[in-house]
Design a protein around this ligand. Structure first.
Ligand SMILES: [Fe+2]
Length: 336
């Protein structure tokens, strides 16, 4: 009788989740069809990015293997003692490059600002740069760069295809590097009730973002993504869960992309839900595309109403201004 009761409770819990969680119908096109300019694939890609703000590409040569190597090395780095990892954090007055532990804040639905203290990151430019910091204990550099380059090259083709870069807007990336971010959400001691998110709802502030599906581990064993956890993207007034296998690389739109196109394309609002199990760890990689700092726009987007724009619709704004104002809003300052 007791056993029955338990099973029923378990089933009920699953149905309760299933009711709450809506799965996004993620559009995924094949890399082959994309580079062959297959009209159907290109139209699916454009429609997905303009209407949902997210699309996937499957079958990019070497991608899956490079992602696997990257996750393995990211796990080795994350397993290092905290004081070693901290030695790769930016020093006072230095840029953001290197290790970072929980520096972002986000607004909860109840209006409270919360720090994402379970989020660990490792920032580096892609392609590699002398400014990057790399650990000596673990070769994070090679798999990070190998994966980052694949992500960068594919994303640039996508951005060109939808005219986010190129002659139409007059924005060319030139030698502007991309910013890579290793994302690691560590085990949590608290409960879902304290904070249901690994990362609260937000928009990326740059032009565009490439993002890998996440890998999850419990006690060193890889597990499938729990239904309640992972990336959620806002479609209309609902957040929907994104499900993608490790063959897929995904792309999202950033706020400067929306500004530069006067709302023709919209920035993707997204968040990352925690797993119900506190022992679970999550690894992923994101690559952010900044515009060159001197990019000047006179946007009439609704986003010009955001104080970060620093003017009215039609007024000038450089990417550098937008970028710096965005950092001021979301990064937690050390009080030392
Ligand atoms: Fe994001």
């Amino acid at each position: 009788m007791k056993k029955w009761h338990f099973s029923l409770m378990f089933l009920f819990a699953i149905f309760a989740y299933a009711e709450e969680i809506e799965i996004l119908d993620l559009d995924v096109i094949s890399y082959e069809a994309f580079i062959q300019n297959d009209p159907e694939a290109v139209s699916t890609l454009e429609k997905a990015l303009f209407e949902k703000g997210i699309v996937g590409i499957r079958g990019i040569p070497e991608y899956r293997e490079k992602l696997r190597q990257y996750v393995a090395r990211a796990r080795e780095f994350c397993a290092l003692p905290e004081e070693i990892k901290e030695s790769y954090a930016p020093n006072e007055g230095e840029m953001f490059l290197g290790y970072e532990k929980g520096k972002e804040k986000f607004k909860r639905p109840d209006g409270r600002w919360v720090i994402d203290d379970l989020k660990n990151s490792y920032y580096a430019y892609v392609p590699d740069s002398r400014e990057n910091k790399w650990p000596k204990e673990v070769d994070l550099q090679s798999p990070y760069q190998d994966l980052g380059i694949i992500m960068a090259e594919t994303a640039k083709l996508v951005m060109e295809k939808i005219d986010l870069i190129g002659p139409r807007l007059g924005i060319f990336l030139g030698d502007t590097p991309q910013v890579g971010r290793m994302l690691y959400y560590q085990k949590s001691a608290d409960t879902l009730q304290d904070n249901p998110y690994w990362c609260g709802a937000h928009y990326d502030h740059g032009m565009f973002t490439a993002i890998t599906p996440a890998a999850y581990f419990v006690e060193g064993v890889e597990v499938t993504e729990p239904i309640e956890a992972g990336l959620f993207v806002r479609i209309g007034d609902r957040f929907k869960k994104v499900i993608a296998d490790p063959e897929v690389l995904m792309f999202q739109v950033g706020e400067f992309g929306q500004l530069a196109t006067d709302d023709a394309i919209r920035a993707t609002e997204h968040k990352v839900h925690k797993a119900n199990c506190a022992q679970i760890e999550r690894y992923a990689m994101a690559l952010f595309f900044n515009a060159p700092f001197d990019t000047l726009i006179h946007s009439v987007s609704t986003l010009t109403q955001d104080a970060r724009y620093g003017g009215q619709a039609g007024d000038p704004c450089t990417y550098q201004h937008w970028h710096e104002e965005s950092f001021k809003r979301y990064i937690v300052k050390d009080d030392k």
